[in-house]
Design a protein around this ligand. Structure first.
Ligand code: ATR
Length: 486
């Protein structure tokens, strides 16, 4: 489980998909008449009037416009068909009110040249092409043209992104710098990303800063389109929600990230082309490599038992197999594990060693493990926080703990026991493993290393030319991540 997920949701439930199901109907088009085309093309019109309540969350079957949401202006011709030209916009404000309450100020930016005469009511009727009763609800929709969004301040003003308030050191005025990285997250949480990246920028005297932004993952395609045109945007992270979407909408994807089907990081080149990478798994791999190398060992041919088959397991499995590990995936839902195994085999070829077993066979699988890694929600704060991942969570806690402890006690004492579930204290699994004297690894190095890897992808070449090593970058970012915030 990633840092973001811990802070965003109680474990065990599926809030991301649930909230998506409950999302209001989204209106994504604004229609104008042919006579208004020139004003639209010249970006002179910045607002329009819709009949009814079309604010976000409305009961209107045609849906509502969300401030910060993308829409497209279409020009309807006399014969009812649409003009070939369309104009992408971002809705910045929607206000529903009775027709009688509309003032001249409300119509600023809504009227094209020919509509600017007569009483307010006449203007409204001309604007919308129908007659209104004083009590008829109308909505004033304000918008900005996407092709005019060129800088971070434009994105904030258009309400596409909001500066995240919870991450420490997320207060840089990035527009004062030559370039910036801008991780996108679906929900505000106290991530360490900005602290790590800004510490490195400062330490190595680089003309860049990092700012984490909250945005709607449903807008990933449009946001990336805008970012291609934002000169100072150098790239940045893709948080939960953006990872799976992002991989579909960047111009190029690193082969490993493509096989994983998710990116956690984007790099923009001078031509505005976006390339997606995934450093989650390789960040974790780095911490496993370090632990094993303490014993003079490597991942090649090491048997890794991976508990879970979700997003995190996926990234870890690909990265570890790239180092030649042999993987046994253990999952409650065996079909999901099999799907991951099939994708691993597709990518690494028939020589790849991948096995799939159900939760009832954990004991047998664990006995042959050099490394055991928990990526399931067992042990994460919330309803499963007292469970251990070496036994099913279907039983009561005591039974689960007893069975898990039993398996743990029978393992080779050299086994590296890892739990990437992050919480304020230690998970019961890692606590038990530590108590029994196993070598242990928690999820913190994964969060830190994925950032170091991403920073290095973006700046490694130029830093090397200045004599700065990846280790030096790692030291700075690690210190920033572990620094206590007031
Ligand atoms: P992440 O992105 O953190 O990996 P995820 O994609 O939601 O999160 O994956 C959660 C993992 O925890 C899955 O392997 C899931 O098993 P299923 O595929 O069977 O759903 C596992 N998991 C969650 N709750 C579980 C429970 N109560 N018992 C066993 N496994 C559980």
């Amino acid at each position: 489980m990633t840092e973001e997920k811990i802070f965003m949701h109680a474990p065990g439930d599926r809030p991301a998909s649930k909230s998506r199901e409950q999302k209001p109907i989204r209106a994504t088009e604004l229609w104008f008449r042919e006579s208004e085309k020139t004003d639209i093309a010249d970006h002179r019109v910045h607002a329009t009037v819709r009949a009814g309540d079309r604010s976000w969350g409305t009961d209107d079957a045609k849906g509502g416009y969300r401030a910060g949401g993308f829409a497209v202006i279409k020009i309807q011709k006399e014969d009812g068909t649409f003009d070939r030209d369309e104009y992408p916009v971002v809705v910045t404000d929607v206000r529903a009110m009775p027709c009688a309450d509309v003032t001249e100020d409300d119509l600023v930016g809504a009227l094209s040249e020919e509509q600017r005469t007569g009483t307010l009511r006449e203007k409204l009727e001309r604007l919308y092409g129908t007659s209104f009763e004083p009590q008829s609800k109308i909505s004033i929709v304000r918008f900005e043209y996407v092709d005019q969004l060129k800088a971070i301040d434009d994105l904030i003003r258009a309400r596409i992104t909001k500066r995240a308030t919870l991450p420490p050191d997320n207060n840089e005025e990035v527009s004062a710098f030559e370039s910036y990285t801008m991780p996108l997250i679906g929900e505000n949480y106290p991530a360490k990303t900005a602290a790590m990246w800004n510490a490195a920028y400062r330490a190595f005297d680089m003309p860049s800063r990092n700012v984490m932004m909250v945005a709607d993952p449903d807008d990933t395609e449009n946001i990336l389109r805008v970012l291609r045109g934002v000169d100072a945007y150098a790239g940045g992270g893709m948080g939960v929600g953006f990872k799976d979407e992002g991989v579909r909408f960047v111009d190029d994807v690193d082969p490993l990230a493509k096989a994983m089907g998710a990116i956690n990081f984007v790099v923009k080149n001078a031509e505005g082309k976006l390339t997606g990478y995934n450093t989650d798994g390789i960040g974790y791999r780095q911490s496993v490599r370090e632990k094993l190398s303490e014993h003079g060992e490597a991942l090649r041919d090491a048997r890794v038992v991976l508990l879970g088959a979700g997003g995190t397991a996926n990234a870890i499995a690909f990265a570890l197999m790239e180092d030649g590990a042999q993987i046994t995936i253990v999952n409650r839902t065996i079909e999901k594990a099999q799907k991951l195994a099939d994708r691993l085999t597709d990518y690494f070829g028939d020589g790849a060693s991948v096995e799939v077993v159900g939760e009832d066979d954990i004991a047998q699988a664990a006995h042959h493990a050099r490394v055991i890694i928990n990526t399931t929600t067992k042990g994460a704060s919330g309803s499963f926080e007292n469970y251990m991942p070496l036994a099913p969570a279907g039983t009561d806690v005591e039974e689960n703990n007893a069975a898990s402890e039993n398996i743990l006690s029978s393992l080779d004492p050299k086994t590296l026991v890892s739990d990437i579930v992050l919480r304020q204290d230690t998970t019961p699994f890692l606590a038990a493993a530590r108590q029994k004297g196993f070598l242990v690894l928690d999820g913190v190095p994964m969060v830190i290393n994925q950032a170091i890897e991403a920073f290095w992808i973006l700046y490694g070449a130029s830093l090397v030319s200045r004599g700065i090593t990846k280790d030096a970058v790692g030291d700075v970012m690690r210190a920033a991540a572990t620094r206590k915030t007031p």
